[in-house]
Design a protein around this ligand. Structure first.
Ligand code: FAD
Length: 444
């Protein structure tokens, strides 16, 4: 029997804990989490804030009680503040200031990520909020219920900022979306797609301020305005959504990290220290598109890395398959999904990328209902013809199609392998000349 200590019990930690508790009851598991809840689905935050779901109950899929029923020892609202790697001991402080000490045989660090907050004047003004924890969502939900909040600045047009402006609008407030780049979602999609999303946003009442860098937040006691390099705007609240950084304060000096601070791990989630694993948003992933380590903070990656670390920490060697960063977004019904690298990202990574694309109806024209236009672009490397990424968009639910490309990237397939892939046809679902086939066939 070994004692496995887990620091952090959100998606990554929960997956690791369940893997060990369900498969290796012989091990003792001790869990620390600084927060009061476990397994919060942040992906539901915008739906909750926007009033699109009934309540928050369904946003959690595990709890302290679940772990305790499986015989784990769980310390909630208890923050680990030091790790003695030589002495294999962690030191923690509970919410009442009580000190706890725990030794370990194996240690899994799952401390996640923290929202990036820019160092600008006024950032600490009341009604400047970030979006990370369940408690952040609750606070924003309540603030949007106040009648003196009419105009809301959302800073950052990544997937969280874009989801939040929809939620703000759904609550009857006026959202202004600020972004330093020239489109939304630039990390995941090419202009051909982001321009569609930007039209969806502005058609639905979001004021877009792209190419603007936020420099100051005005107001004393509460927010009254926001200042960018291009102008000043009266707003009653600011929601910051400019990204996340790995929460590495416990071991940034003792463990090797990527340049952004994510703990560097191998495919077994092992850090350089024997018996110490790092998982989820605090750790690196292996990108099959880049064929290198990268930082991609997603719940899906967190869960998979937790499962891998759980097995390894419990004694069964297991290597993860790497990731593609597959993601999706749905704004006012417009759906976009992507995997791997978009054109810009592929160029930045040093590839010589090319792309092939196609646009068509999902089903034959004689199908009059539930039949929408679909766009697809596949990015591949001109030299090796290896598939590097794919993007799809439609009002149709085309999301399952992207998994094919995820596997193609993982398996290092060339674009030519997709051209004659056996894709079924039935008018209820698709067309005989499927857009995936058509895009792949027309690759130069
Ligand atoms: C609004 C929002 C929407 C999102 N939507 C999606 C989506 O649609 N799809 C998707 O795949 N991903 C999504 N994500 C990303 C996803 O939520 C994260 O990738 C995921 O939460 C990472 O899980 P994690 O367990 O690694 O880290 P975290 O969720 O950051 O959890 C870390 C845990 O560690 C605890 N902790 C930290 N330090 C200590 C310490 N010193 N001692 C004890 N405990 C500690 C924290 O309390 C926390 O519970 C979204 C994120 C947000 C904020």
């Amino acid at each position: 029997m070994s004692k496995i200590v887990l620091i952090g019990a959100n998606h990554a930690g929960t997956a690791a804990a369940n893997t060990i508790l369900d498969n290796y009851p012989e091990h003792q598991v001790v869990i620390f989490d600084a927060n009061s809840n476990i397994s919060y689905l942040g992906c539901g935050t915008a739906l909750y804030i926007g009033g699109q779901i009934d309540g928050t109950e369904g946003l959690f899929y595990s709890s302290k009680e679940n772990f305790e029923a499986k015989k784990a020892v769980v310390h909630m609202e208890t923050s680990v503040n030091r790790i003695d790697f030589e002495g294999k001991t962690v030191y923690a402080l509970d919410k009442n200031g009580g000190e706890l000490t725990e030794t370990y045989d194996r240690l899994i660090i799952a401390t996640g990520s923290l929202p990036i907050t820019p160092n600008i004047k006024g950032i600490d003004t009341p009604r400047v909020e970030c979006v990370k924890l369940f408690q952040d969502g609750q606070k924003i939900f309540e603030l949007l219920g106040q009648s003196d909040i009419r105009t809301v600045a959302v800073v950052g047009a990544g997937y969280i900022g874009v989801e939040i402006v929809e939620a703000v609008r759904r609550r009857g407030k006026k959202p202004l979306l600020f972004e330093a780049l020239s489109t939304s979602l630039a990390s995941y999609y090419d202009d051909w797609f982001t321009h569609d999303m930007d039209k969806v946003l502005s058609d639905n009442g979001v004021e877009l301020h792209y190419g603007e860098l936020v420099q100051e937040i005005e107001g004393s006691g509460k927010v009254t305005g926001i200042v960018t390099n291009k102008g000043s705007y009266q707003v009653d609240m600011v929601i910051m959504a400019i990204g996340f950084k790995p929460n590495n304060s416990l071991a940034a000096k003792e463990l090797e990290t990527l340049p952004n601070g994510a703990y560097r791990v191998n495919l077994k989630q092992e850090t350089g220290r024997s018996g110490v694993y790092a998982i989820g948003d605090c750790a690196s992933v292996y990108s099959n598109a880049l064929q290198d380590r990268a930082y991609i903070a997603l719940a899906t990656n967190a869960v998979r890395s937790g499962i891998v670390a759980g097995h390894n920490a419990a004694g069964t060697p297991l290597e993860g398959a790497g990731v593609q960063g597959s993601n999706g977004i749905c704004i006012w019904g417009y759906k976009m999904v992507s995997t791997g690298l978009n054109l810009e990202a592929a160029k930045k990574a040093g590839f010589t990328p090319s792309y092939t694309q196609f646009e068509d109806m999902q089903k034959p024209a004689f199908i009059k209902e539930d039949n929408n236009r679909v766009k697809i672009r596949i990015v591949y490397d001109k030299n090796t013809r290896r598939v590097l990424g794919a993007q799809m968009a439609s009002y149709q639910d085309i999301s399952m199609g992207i998994h094919l490309f995820s596997l193609a990237i993982e398996e290092k397939l060339t674009i030519d392998r997709l051209a004659l892939l056996d894709i079924f046809f039935l008018p209820h679902f698709n067309q005989p000349y499927n857009y995936i086939t058509m895009a792949a066939l027309s690759a130069k």
